[in-house]
Write a new protein. Structure first.
Length: 361
């Protein structure tokens, strides 16, 4: 029997300028959806009467509301899977909040809408009243807990493993289309192509080898894969975090180091000796309440994010991504005397001969 599959929707593709060097473009593709390390990802569950989709009733011309609210046992599965990812010791942590305006990840349980998630920072493109993740069937059923692990993997920036160009999969395309057109998925050819048959760019996949044991790998029945020969009988991942899944999380989000971060002092630039994908972290303790500006300098592509410490954890305040542009990231934020702030700079690539730097003023 065919499994129920995660169904990602198309997200806007970045419009990088033509003529970027291959190395620079590859670095941008690799890191553009990843959070800066040290981020606390706040998640909430929709729980109000108005949290619903309005859908058409086939053949009647009428509409009905389908709730996004999930039962407590469904929420507990998701909470447990957040804990499992966090227990790896990755540098991104998770916190449940009740106020959706405080949440980067907003989770619904609309039955019949499939299971899906925004990939990484694409979640920031959704409006405050919109879902960034949905679970469309019972997560407490045998074998379905893996769906929550899988969607959280997407929220961390991971892609579907079977779409990796390193997999070398030769599909029986028409068999795949026919299989997913039937129950329980009922997918169109476009949705099947986008989530299964489409090959991802080598720079945006989870690793340089295919991991058929990954939690991001769909299970497939026999008769869909022609090559490699050993998978003609299907692919059957265990539904748990594989060693390479864990390696991915720890590579992109290494555990936090020493608690004392260097202080970014106004009007004093700090050189950034970073390689592609590396990050620099600073604290700012303003001496006066006023508008501050944070900026990078040099020929580089980077993302700069400012957090305010509230209740002992960093809350997103402002950020900018200058990837693929000729300008540098510049972020403005009002800082309040007596509070503490964090500035995190993640480098995609340095493409010039000079040093890069960060400064606030």
């Amino acid at each position: 029997m065919t499994a129920r599959y995660c169904s990602l929707a198309r997200a806007p593709e970045p419009a990088f300028p033509a003529g970027l060097a291959a190395e620079r473009l590859g670095a941008l593709m690799s890191g553009r959806r990843m959070w800066v390390n040290g981020t606390v990802l706040h998640y909430c569950f929709f729980d109000g009467d108005g949290d619903a989709s309005v859908i058409a009733v086939p053949g009647s011309g009428a509409t009905r509301r389908v709730s996004w609210v999930g039962a407590e046992d469904q929420r507990d599965v998701v909470r447990d899977c957040f804990r499992e990812w966090a227990d790896l010791g990755i540098g991104v942590t998770f916190a449940e909040v009740a106020d959706r305006s405080e949440a980067e990840l907003r989770i619904g349980f609309q039955q019949g809408d499939g299971s899906w998630s925004a990939v990484g920072r694409d979640a920031l493109l959704a409006g405050r009243g919109e879902r960034t993740m949905n679970f469309g069937w019972d997560l407490t059923a045998p074998g379905e807990r893996t769906v929550a692990l899988h969607e959280i993997g997407h929220a961390l920036g991971m892609q579907h493993e079977h779409q990796s160009p390193f997999a070398g999969i030769h599909w029986d395309d028409e068999a795949v289309y026919a299989d997913l057109a039937g129950p329980p998925n009922h997918w169109s050819r476009e949705r099947t192509w986008f989530n299964v048959l489409r090959k991802l760019d080598a720079d945006e996949v989870n690793g340089s080898v295919w991991d058929p044991q990954s939690v991001m790998q769909y299970p497939f029945t026999a008769g869909l894969i022609l090559e490699p020969e050993q998978f003609r009988g299907g692919v059957h991942p265990p539904g748990t975090l594989s060693p390479l899944d864990k390696e991915f999380g720890l590579r992109w989000y290494p555990p936090a180091g020493a608690p004392r971060l260097p202080v970014l002092v106004p009007f004093r630039s700090v050189a950034l000796s970073l390689g592609p994908g590396e990050q620099a972290d600073f604290t700012v303790e303003p001496r006066e309440t006023r508008e501050h500006t944070f900026g990078t300098f040099g020929e580089s592509d980077s993302v700069v994010v400012v957090f305010e410490e509230r209740d002992g954890e960093p809350r997103f305040l402002a950020g900018q991504d200058d990837g693929g542009t000729p300008r540098n990231a510049t972020v403005g934020a009002r800082l309040v005397k007596g509070r503490r702030y964090f500035v995190r700079v993640r480098l995609y690539s340095g493409w010039g001969s000079g040093e890069t730097a960060v400064m606030c003023w």
